[in-house]
Design a binder for this molecule. Sequence first.
Ligand SMILES: [Cu+2]
Length: 496
Amino acid sequence: MEITFNFNKQSRVVAIAFFVALGLFSCSKNEEKDAKYYESIKIEGQKTAELTAPPFVPKPVGDRAATKLVVNMEIKEQEGEMVDGVKYTYWTFGGSVPGSFIRTRVGDEVEFHLKNHPDNKMPHNIDLHAVTGPGGGATSSLVAPGHEKVFNFKTLNPGLYVYHCATAPVGMHIANGMYGLILVEPEGGLPPVDKEYYIMQGDFYTKGNYGEQGSQPFDMNKAIKEQPDYVVFNGKVGALTGDKALTAKKGETVRIYVGNGGPNLVSSFHAIGEIFDKVHIEGGDMINKNVQTTLIPAGGAAIVEFKVDVPGTFILVDHSIFRAFNKGALGMLKVEGDDNKLVYSGTTQEGIYLPEGGTIQNMPKVKGSAQSVAVKTVAEHVKAGKELYGRTCLACHQSEGQGIPNAFPPLAKSDFLNANSGRAINAVLHGLSGEVTVNGEKFNNVMTSQNLTDDEVASVLTYVYDSWGNNKTVVTPAMVKTLRGKVALKAKDIHE
Ligand SMILES: [Cu+2]
């Protein structure tokens, strides 16, 4: 067959114009919208972001236009319970582990306010994987206790992203719970579903083994060896079990935003008795269907969706299965509806699985310390100081006073400490910043003021001087009192 085009001049012009127009049209229709395109989106108006604690998420963006979205995120260091009788000091974005869920749409201009509560001890910052820019925001957001930092960014790539603290030692900040998720919805929003939830896995490293009672400090050595005592969903054992289980009704579609804060382990996320109808692999655009277990890297995420067709209790696990039954990585989704005898029933599953995870109920509790203001003997100061050290200084200076290279100077055999008790008292009372040389190593970081009474400063320093080969100086409350009125010092002012 032969086709001939035999146009006169005028119809040729019309035809060319037609094909050009068609070309443009189909191009703008089919071309993948990229970061460049979203960069050009103009914003309309301003909104304050709704933030939610897990397992809940803010309302969907729907078809709203890109806007200026103000996020107010407050960092809080607070004690919580890892499992019955085990206390742990979490560092949190917004007071929960994982941190508050942030929901944006592509093209939004986010104005991020990072606030570090004045009661906190540590400086922090935030690295959002949804940010295009140095450090994901970390370089612009380092904030000391009692301060606020603001920075802006435009969301250029739709997807589900992890955010985390990136202050040195980064691993320690993440290990203490400083991570969360930020969702960047596509234009028009994700398709509506019946239920949406927020889960994040994390591994925790404590001085004591799983279930060892009392207040448990972070263990740097276990963290470096990647040997967690706890692997949990939403910050603690049992955050999503029993009456805290997720819920749905038979026939509903459930979407779970799943993240993995790490710091070390990858997650093999699985729902026992369910198949994920859809998985947004790694939180991006690609959708896989009919998935049994999806891999979520440390510092990564996935969106899983499934319709619950039958009632029962579905167990969510990291399928590296000892983590689920022995370290806490186990949650539940309870589905109500007409009974279906063909399916595992929730009650039966609870009977089978829960006892394996709950082996730690009857250990003795560690007594809290007595807070006496009576005049103490040196031995009493040392004893009280040891307990205070565990609560106040250990996070930075470590359990044997060894410090952390390039971040926190040692107190063990510290020449800086042993040469002059006045400047040690000053450091604890008023904080310390600027370059300081301890045992020949330079440190340039911030120690925040520790907010202790004269008696407590005396105790903690007497304990420090009494430990790890230091010179046994006794610091009295009276010595502390005379230095209290002074202002915060730079390290260079008190070096000699
Ligand atoms: Cu931090």
